[in-house]
Design a protein around this ligand. Structure first.
Ligand code: 1CP
Length: 348
């Protein structure tokens, strides 16, 4: 297996700058849209292990990447806990009865949810087998805070007002929900690892909505519990935490016990390094909108990032957030080739 991605996470010297792309399987690829068109809705596709495997491998066949990510979604957990979920094209995920009361939280199932997620573990093992040890496979979940965001609001939002109202007006209620999500997430990730995931990434997409101290209380503490659980039960499996908008909190993130932090494009990797030194690996952080630019500008942007990180073996190239659905795959190729050309090539 080409292990440079795991080497960076595990603080081992490696020969090339490792890279993968958040949301590397998805709507920007015509071959993904073809597979997706055979399914009436997104969740039906997620419940088909063969389809998940096929679309997870598509970006590896197109680009020279160093990791694969399981094809699934973060909202599998709330659905398995009993919430009715629909993905509406153009709108995104929608939950039927958003969480507004203790009663609703008490009805969320934690006991059988794990078994209802067997389709995810099947997707992991099917994909793991099909990759044939070319590259490692990343398992993932959403942070409890980010899952709660969709469950309380009922859908995606810029402000997540209901969620933040709950945080200040009924903090115990929200913490009760976060506790339940944490409990299920620990076992869910453990099952993904047992099924073949080589590394774990926790997506805290909405952590950046929090203040510096509520971030610790309502998001980081729960991610830390999950990280510690993984470290206890699967000590060889590295964990990456990605809080979008969390650049200024990297010192706290590094103290959670994680092996790496994802960073968005709001701070430079050099600045980020100042917060964590080499205590953890850093992953990021090209602005995904840079891929709308000319080939020359993409190359310049990649070079600018690599100029400070090329020789750091705890650096993993990635975008600062997922690739946008309307990006031309040829532009992704330009980026990938630039990383190969201007990244580290000769450490041993
Ligand atoms: O019909 C379709 O094709 C639906 C589009 C789609 C896809 C391709 C959704 C709906 N989810 C996914 C796959 C997915 N989601 C992956 C695997 C693909 C890969 O990485 O290669 C992953 C890792 C996710 C994770 C995810 N889902 C996050 C965290 C990462 C991030 O980008 O911030 C979030 C917030 C979601 C929720 C979600 N699922 C889908 C959409 C459109 C959204 C975002 C909704 C919103 O903007 O609020």
């Amino acid at each position: 297996m080409r292990t440079i991605y795991l080497d960076a996470l595990k603080n081992k010297k490696h020969t090339h700058t490792p890279m993968w792309i958040m949301r590397q399987a998805g709507r920007y690829l015509p071959e993904y849209r073809y597979v997706r068109s055979k399914f009436q809705n997104f969740m039906t596709m997620c419940k088909n292990a063969q389809a998940c495997c096929e679309v997870a491998l598509q970006p590896l066949d197109r680009f020279d990447l160093d990791a694969s990510i399981v094809f699934s979604d973060i909202l599998t957990i709330p659905e398995a806990m009993g919430m009715k979920l629909e993905f509406i094209p153009g709108t995104g995920p929608v939950f039927d009865n958003p969480i507004q009361s203790d009663k609703q939280i008490s009805l969320l199932d934690t006991k059988y949810a794990i078994d209802k997620l067997t389709y995810v573990y099947d997707a992991v093992s099917t994909t793991k087998q099909a990759i044939k040890n070319r590259v490692p496979l990343i398992g993932f979940c959403g942070s409890p805070w980010t899952l709660a965001a969709y469950m309380v609001e009922g859908h995606g939002s810029k402000q997540f007002t209901k969620l933040r109202q709950m945080m200040y007006a009924q903090p115990k209620m929200l913490q009760n929900l976060l506790d339940k999500l944490t409990q299920v997430t620990c076992i869910y990730l453990s099952e993904q690892i047992k099924s073949g995931a080589d590394a774990i990434m926790i997506f805290d997409t909405w952590g950046g909505l929090l203040s510096h101290h509520t971030y610790q209380i309502f998001s980081l503490n729960y991610m830390q519990t999950i990280t510690q659980f993984i470290k206890t039960h699967h000590p060889d499996t590295p964990v990456t935490l990605f809080t979008k908008g969390g650049g200024l909190w990297l010192d706290k993130i590094a103290q959670s016990g994680c092996d790496a932090a994802g960073i968005d494009w709001s701070i430079s990797i050099k600045q980020a390094r100042g917060f964590v030194n080499d205590s953890i690996a850093l992953q990021g952080n090209l602005d995904p909108a840079a891929l709308y630019g000319s080939d020359e500008s993409i190359i310049q942007e990649v070079k600018a990032i690599l100029s400070t990180q090329r020789d750091n073996h705890r650096y993993i190239f990635n975008l600062g957030h997922g690739v946008y659905p309307d990006i031309n795959p040829d532009k992704v190729k330009v980026m990938v080739e630039a990383v190969r050309e201007f990244g580290c090539k000769n450490q041993s």
